[in-house]
Design a binder for this molecule. Structure first.
Ligand code: M6R
Length: 366
């Protein structure tokens, strides 16, 4: 049932090229210049009406929300609040019929996410669910559903479901931008071409697994691990750090690169590892200068960078490269090495990768 892989997690990591195809292709016909979002009925005037968007979720799904916030605000210029469901529901957020809420959930049963959805609906907001489990409670109660079609995810640590959520978020955010006139047909075609190229690019990262395993063996005894990035890379860094915590039980923290010097840099010592994400071309120099500050204090540096940005080798001890894509889509590619890295660290430390201690696949308690 593990298809020849040692663990479900590794099997699910390797399923990602196909999962991404399943999530994207049916919604992106090549003979029409539009995105087909299943039965989502929102019209252009509905979308123009939304003054505010909330993206609400827990854990890994909430990091999809942060990517969505960066994309929607940058391109569509609609204010987006990306928030953790367990906070959102207890702080009396401002909700009305001019609010769009997007909830993201693999299981479709997460208690806090479901409660946030119900609050929003009660206040008259429109709720779209990005959900993996077909027929789950969130899928049934949301006004609209966009299924991620990742197939059942068995490992507690989310991998393929997260990649599929990112794809769904790309589709919804591009759709919103098109309806608001912020992405024209030519820009859409360029994005579609890059979306179609993602499965092969993911495949090429999977081919680097042996190299990433060697890096995992090299760094598995690191004491404090910091993941840093700016913008979209910061959102990706959160997922990298969570993976290490939940399956490798290592202390890993994500930080916005520019925030380090406001406190956390005091923690850096010789046994620290910094994972630096440098996928944002226009922020490359800024992040590299933050990486240098950390390296100067003794940390080892592993960078995840775009092919062609070999200048990073002057600063980082080790580099994993991912293929270039449209800036809009970098998050999904940068995350794949983080998954493989966390997996092999956990295996190297002898942990039960598929069933980590203290964790359940679906969190139905508040
Ligand atoms: O089923 P959901 O997507 O609503 O679950 C949300 C989180 O509990 C989940 O993503 C959790 O953080 C994973 N274990 C992460 O790998």
């Amino acid at each position: 049932e593990k298809g020849g892989f040692d663990h479900f997690m590794l099997k699910e990591i390797f399923e990602q090229p196909n999962v991404v195809k399943n999530t994207l292709m049916p919604r992106l016909p090549l003979d029409q210049d539009e995105i087909l979002l299943d039965n989502i009925k929102l019209t252009q005037s509905d979308i123009e009406k939304f003054k505010q968007i909330y993206i609400v979720a827990c854990g890994t799904a909430s990091y999809t929300g942060l990517v969505g916030k960066y994309l929607i605000e940058r391109v569509s210029r609609v204010p987006v609040i990306s928030e953790i469901a367990s906070e959102f529901r207890y702080r009396e957020p401002i909700l009305d019929e001019n609010t769009l809420m997007i909830v993201v959930s693999q299981s479709g049963e997460t208690a806090d996410t479901l409660a946030a959805l119900r609050m929003a609906k009660k206040a008259g907001a429109h709720v779209i669910g990005i959900v993996n489990a077909v027929g789950s409670t969130i899928a049934r109660e949301a006004n609209d559903v966009l299924y991620t079609w990742a197939g059942p995810e068995i490992a507690v640590a989310s991998t393929k479901a997260y990649s599929a959520q990112l794809c769904a978020m790309y589709l919804i955010s591009i759709k919103i931008a098109m309806e608001l006139g912020k992405i024209d047909t030519n820009a859409f075609k360029a994005l579609r071409e890059e979306l179609y190229a993602l499965p092969d690019k993911i495949e090429s990262i999977l081919k680097q697994s042996h190299k990433i395993k060697a890096l995992a063996d090299q760094y598995k005894s690191s004491k404090n691990i910091f993941y840093i990035g700016r913008g979209l890379d910061y959102a990706v860094s959160m997922e990298g750090a969570l993976k290490l915590k939940e399956i490798a039980y290592l202390h890993a923290e994500p930080y916005a690169a520019g925030e380090l010097k406001h406190g956390p840099i005091a923690l850096i010592e010789d046994s620290s590892l910094l994972v630096g994400l440098v996928g944002q071309e226009e922020l490359f120099d800024k992040t590299v200068s933050n990486i240098k500050e950390v390296k100067a204090r003794g940390a080892k540096v592993l960078a995840i960078a775009l092919e062609g940005n070999e200048a990073i080798e002057k600063t980082a001890d080790e580099v994993i490269y991912v293929p270039r894509t449209h800036w809009y889509l970098t998050s999904i590619l940068l995350n794949i090495p983080q998954q493989i890295f966390a997996y092999y660290i956990a295996v190297g430390l002898g942990h039960d990768v598929d069933k980590p201690r203290n964790l359940a696949k679906s969190v139905t308690v508040e």
